[in-house]
Design a protein around this ligand. Sequence first.
Ligand SMILES: NC(=O)c1ccc[n+]([C@@H]2O[C@H](COP(=O)([O-])OP(=O)(O)OC[C@H]3O[C@@H](n4cnc5c(N)ncnc54)[C@H](O)[C@@H]3O)[C@@H](O)[C@H]2O)c1
Length: 385
Amino acid sequence: MSIGFGIIGLGNRGYKYALHTIMKSKECHIEMVCDAHGNHFDQFPGISNTKEFTEVLENPKVDAVFIATPDDTHAEIVIQAAKHKKHILCEKPLEISREKVQEIQVALRDFEGAFEVGYVLRYARLFQKVKSYLISGAIGDLHMINVMDHIPYGGYAYFHDWHRKRETSTSLLLQKATHSLDIVNWYVDAKPREIAAFGRLSTMGKPGALKKFGKEVASDLHCRTCVISDSCEESIQNILKEKKISWSENWPDSCVFNSEIDVDDHQTVMVQYENGTQLAYQLCLFGAYYKREFHIFGSGGELRFDDVSNEITIYDRLRNETVTYKNDYAEEQMEPGDEEQLQDFILAVQTGKKPISNLESSITAALLAIDAQASIDQKKMIKSD
Ligand SMILES: NC(=O)c1ccc[n+]([C@@H]2O[C@H](COP(=O)([O-])OP(=O)(O)OC[C@H]3O[C@@H](n4cnc5c(N)ncnc54)[C@H](O)[C@@H]3O)[C@@H](O)[C@H]2O)c1
């Protein structure tokens, strides 16, 4: 029987995942769409729509919901969806505070439906191949990991809208870095124990404005009306011209140098896991180029990979030997792993199987980023419980 989906939140992620992934699957269909601001209803002709998510939950033809609303709305919608006995595919991160994450944990304690969280990289072929190398003992026991996320579209993606305020996102460690941090949790297969982090806002927000303009910018400044948008490295117009980035015609364009911005634009996080494995992670949201790079050290060798070359290289510690694997799979969805993630969810609905990205793993991922932000704020190492 085809699974009837309700889509809640039709912003950048929601409508694209619905159109390119859910609608393309033969095992499910969309019964109803919902967006509080009526965004992208026109992309779903013939499908009933609403601005109230409770109407989706009350629809008996909706078996499962895909929740793609801003991070600080997830707990309310997840908890209501569970009460209505809907299967739940919720976007990452689970929520933006320890309290809200715990509310979800308590509410889902006896939940019998499928629950999966949008950590797509766990489903992407490159990352899965690395996991299989690690399980097979290709570099022996895993001891140390170094990860760097270079994001050249950080201003565009995260500093124009709700992502830029801690009130609605807590930090970009939770919003963006969480993908890579979750992958490390999965590879290490243990809980983070000690977390020490540093973060700073240096290039966007008020510090960026003082360097660029010598003063703060007006709170209502937008790229479309700004007198320097022709030369500004962060203007929507230049990002399109120079980097060919335009994720939607109506992309928000509030100035990325606005003083209300209070999330950091670069961070360093160090983690010691309960099994002794150590992580050094860095996120840069004003990178010059895109790359997610991993370097993993084991007792028998080293493994390096990145998602630009799409290559994995394993160096043997004893012998002068390397093994290289090239991932040639062409991803055609919004994010690598989108299709496989949906497949895992469908299987969870049909068979009761526990998804690869599940409640426990997404709680661990969220709390790691929340603890890292606490370490930055309190200037001390945090011991995770
Ligand atoms: N897994 C991934 O790779 C990935 C990629 C992008 C975004 N995301 C996640 O998807 C979620 C949405 O991100 P986005 O970039 O699409 O944000 P967005 O701001 O573009 O879209 C959010 C949409 O939700 C709607 N909305 C807000 N509150 C609502 C409510 N109570 N009920 C119904 N609709 C509501 C808004 O009107 C908006 O259209 C976030 O949690 C984000 O972290 C995940």
